[in-house]
Design a binder for this molecule. Sequence first.
Ligand code: PEP
Ligand code: MN
Length: 363
Amino acid sequence: MERKFDVVPPAEWGIFPDGRPMVIAGPCSAESEEQVLRTARELRKCGVGVFRAGVWKPRTHPGTFEGVGAPGLKWLKRAGRETGMKVCTEVACREHVEACLESGMDMVWIGARTVSSPFAVQEIADALHGADIPVLVKNPVSPDIELWSGALERFAQAGVRKLGIVHRGFSSSEKMLYRNSPVWRIVIEMRSRFPELPFFCDPSHIAGDRKYVREIARRALDLGLDGLMIESHCEPSCALSDAAQQLAPDDLAGLLSGLVVRQADSDSSDYRETIDSLRARIDAIDGEILAALASRMEISRKIGECKKKSNIAILQTSRWDAVLEKVRTEGTEYGLSPEFVSAVFNAIHDGSVQVQNDILAKD
Ligand code: PEP
Ligand code: MN
């Protein structure tokens, strides 16, 4: 397994209690000392060890609640002292980092909007230089894996050795069930790029509605992610930000107790035997798929030559529409979803068009 960064594993951060998943919970925003303390006490009773609350809130519209600012850090510290929980908040600029280091926050995270700006990320990374606190980096607002990776690289280069990743979903212009789209393909890619970093899911910001938080948390753990950051408020309906997605502490406790944690691997001989033989079959089928793709591409090349000879354009959309329609229908007979079949065949078609393009471009 390739390790990109020289980092400290989360078990040595002194932040999370033993056991999986690692859980961070607390309100979207710190609103008052009373709300912070009450929520923290209730969460502590539910066994939560790490408390979150935003004091600087990056809101989409001006005039909405933008957080209580630095005074909220004192409430967090008091909550930490009284309950024994570790406390963390979001930072978006150098001043935030300085205030957090001064007040003794145990951990900070960088929010999605901030991660979208390399200038802001660099400024925060520079401000963290020499500090030893863990830093969690959420995904940027858009599904841009390079921007997300680049942010992690900036922190690693600034000497941050306690580094984690948080998936909170991506903005989308399409209408969808959730507030932010969970693009699990990108999560899988990030996981294999940075296997040494603990990976959290923030199902609250993906969901946008408390009724979906459980299913997203379950999905994240089924994929093998290490932790969850979940918004919880002592009185969710009165919350000044993200009211619809926050859970009452009792509901959070119910959710957590119902989660099944999956192991990364197992030595059981039964499991090994079954998985190894299934994987051998998958490997053989992958070989057949590659051979079939190569034959198909060879024919595309011949079609390209034929079109070139007769001076015909590469794209005949009606032909492609017909092919797609046919494979989508045939696919359903095999129990394959039309969306899946379309995605696969569109990728194959892109490759085929590329091959024909190359032929037509040749003198
Ligand atoms: C938050 O955690 O409250 C927050 C603002 O998150 P995000 O950056 O994911 O929107
Ligand atoms: Mn929030």
